[in-house]
Every structure is written in structure tokens, then in C-alpha cells.
Design a protein around this ligand. Sequence first.
Ligand SMILES: [Zn+2]
Length: 174
Amino acid sequence: MKLTIVEYPDRKLREKSKKVEVFDEKLHKLLDAMHPFMIKTNGIGLAAIQVAYATQVLVLNIPDEDGEQPKENLLEIINPVITSKNGSTVYQEGCLSVPSFYEDIQRSETISINYQDRDGNTKTLDADGLLSIAIQHEIDHLDGILFIDKLSYSRRKKFEKEYKRMLKEKKSSK
Ligand SMILES: [Zn+2]
């Protein structure tokens, strides 16, 4: 299964992802392709919509203290629902779908979620730190929301200008 990243401003990223109803081979193939793709592209989280599959599927692999992303830390999250959130934190976020841009974004500090694993088993997870931030970022993707949507009006304006310039440069260097 060959995956390619969908990049802003592609409208595909605005699509709302559908709930997974069938936990079959097709889902497992997608998950098995998403994880190595995310590692290869230096991501810590990836939503299926970012590789053009509008289903509620996320993979996350938060680096450990050595910056490694061992597979035993891999989290596969299907049909997530945030059941509680607390506190507030700011972190400089980036996104594989908005390459080369990093911005301070405010989110809840801790969250609890319900979700299903690749076999459809119901799970709960309490997350804090970078994992909490990454899960909130990825769940936003399922609703068609990008981290740049959370910027102030003036920061967003500045972003659009810089991003357009970058796209132009990319094109002319090809
Ligand atoms: Zn993202």
C-alpha cells in the first residue's frame, strides 16, 4: 500500500472522517502502512485523512527520552472520543500536512479518551504531556480542523503569505 501525504491547502484535509464500522484486513493494511510512513516522514502522529483516507484512524508514536520511536510505543486509535479535558498548555506544533511551519498552539493539558483498537475492542486512555497534545491535534484532523485554524487573525494572515511564498519556491525549484 503506497501512501502519499495530503498537503495544505488541499480541500481533502477539510473532509470529516467517517467512523470505522468494520475492523477487517483493509483496516489492518492501512494501519500497517501508516506507521512506517509516519516514521519515514519524521511524524509523531498521523491521521488517515492526511493520506487521503477519510476514516477515523490515527497512529501516534511519541519519542522517548532518547528521541527514539520504538514500535512498542505505537498507539493505534480508532473512533476516538474525548471524554474529559483539563488545564491548559501551549506547545509549538507542526504538521506533516503543513510542512515547515511551527506555531505555538494552546490546548488542554490532560485529556481522557475512549477509542477502539484495530480489532474493535473498546479502550480508554488518560494522556498528558506531548501525547495529550498530539492526540488533540490528530482528533482535530478527523473534524477537518488544522492547527493553523487556531492562530490569531494576524498570525494566520502572516502564515498564508509565508506559505504561499514557500509553495512558489518549491514549484520553481522543481
Ligand atoms: Zn497534523
